[in-house]
Design a protein around this ligand. Sequence first.
Ligand code: ADP
Ligand code: ZN
Length: 213
Amino acid sequence: MRLILLGPPGAGKGTQAKMLKEKFQIPQISTGDILRHAVKDNTDLGVRAKSFMDAGQLVPDDVVVGLIKERIKQADCETGFILDGFPRTMIQAEKLSETLTEMDLTIDTVVDLEVNADEVISRLAGRSTCPECGAMFHEESRPPKVLGVCDGCGGTLAQRQDDNSETILKRLEVYQESTAPLKEFYMRQGNLKTVIARGSVEEIFSRVCEMVR
Ligand code: ADP
Ligand code: ZN
């Protein structure tokens, strides 16, 4: 099964992708996570990506397209994959289509997680992540048992560098301008499914699962 998760920052793509990964045993490919790891490890890629990410802007298309091309050719992607945070521009979507065609593959479903801007801002501003295991928490909707400590692995929770109000607004603007048009692109291809991303994580997940089977 090959899936794409679309939706604004804070729509819950990462959370849903992790759940889909468990359920279907296929890899979650998050360009955001790959880039954040590169920044943390201070690789050439990370050095190149950091300033864009901190400013809430997109990392150049050629960089992320190169990453994805390499990633989806790896053996663990043979049974499928979940793209989370890619594609994010029309160019990325076109390059992805080209690459898949070359590989004789198609995308089964594009799940668009719909959520309004106010909701997104409060979700992102209250969010913290475990840098060790990737678990996500929220001060209101999903607080950790011990403040600042990961329930899963005991890691020290951190706020993402780009989860501050100024950068959040910029990311939403970039989403509207560059990523929202992809809905139209996939709608024309006939595989776009819209899911209202409101309610509990489990409620949203059951809606997502109905769309992908
Ligand atoms: P969110 O969806 O919450 O904004 P992500 O973790 O998906 O966060 O991405 C964080 C940042 O990483 C983006 O703001 C952008 O700078 C960069 N990034 C991630 N995916 C892409 C992509 N496909 N194209 C360009 N930049 C990307
Ligand atoms: Zn953890």
